[in-house]
Design a protein. Structure first.
Length: 239
């Protein structure tokens, strides 16, 4: 369970800025802390550095088309960088139905955005990074109160301070330590050791490989035989 101070101290030692047994100065620690949070914030934009997807359920309000998400929003959760999957649980039901997540082009092609139905089948996520809150648009606008389900990739959060301990999955501490050293080397005018650069790249690559979500192959049912089996090696639809 490393703290920011521990990561900073070890990164500075990798660079030879501080020796074993020495402590960073207050200015060095502050600058390195800022660099560490810049690094973590940058990783939040990289899908494969994100190791956890939160399932969020929000009961919708009848005849309401838009909902804010973020701190103090209608959906009071950390605003997602993107929403890869969504679903809806119709009012009075327990089963979840997939909902299509539209991009901007697809959203603009919906001519009547006020169209209503018992529950939405599509959503459009407006990141709106100029605001503290993002917006989720639902379509059709529900006339009941179903539950909207969104799957929100939850990135590493920036370190709140230098002394709080954090839990990371295997490999993250090493990746943060070596990649922080890479970030700090130019600030101190230190030639970057190729070994440090290689370990930084390798350790980040390892956590990205661990976070890969295997793709599921889809098959047109017309290709399936009576037994419901298709042999992709031979092209044979028989069992």
């Amino acid at each position: 369970m490393p703290t920011a101070n521990a990561l900073i101290a070890r990164s500075l030692k990798l660079l030879g800025v501080v020796a074993s047994g020495e402590a960073a100065t207050a200015d060095e620690a502050t600058d390195a802390f800022d660099a560490l949070n810049d690094l973590v914030n940058s990783w939040a934009t990289e899908r494969l550095t994100i190791y956890y997807t939160e399932r969020i359920s929000q009961t919708l309000t009848a005849n309401t088309a838009t909902y804010t998400i973020g701190s103090s929003g209608t959906i009071n959760k950390a605003r997602p960088i993107w929403i890869p999957y969504a679903g809806v649980v119709p009012a009075g039901e327990t089963h979840e139905i997939p909902v299509e997540v539209l991009n901007l082009t697809q959203w603009t092609r919906i001519a009547i955005k006020s169209q209503t139905s018992t529950f939405p089948t599509k959503i459009y996520y407006d990141h709106n990074f100029a605001s503290s809150l993002a917006t989720i648009n639902v379509w059709p606008v529900p006339t009941t109160a179903p539950a909207l389900i969104i799957y929100s990739p939850t990135a590493l959060v920036v370190f709140a301070d230098r002394t709080t301990s954090y839990n990371f999955p295997p490999g993250y501490e090493r990746a943060l330590r070596y990649n922080l050293a890479v970030e700090l080397a130019p600030e101190y005018g230190v030639p970057l050791d190729p070994v440090i650069a290689a370990i930084a790249a390798e350790s980040k690559g390892n956590i990205k490989r661990a976070n890969i979500e295997p793709a599921a192959a889809r098959m047109d049912t017309a290709l399936l035989g009576s037994g419901g089996v298709f042999n992709w090696r031979t092209g044979d639809s028989r069992q």
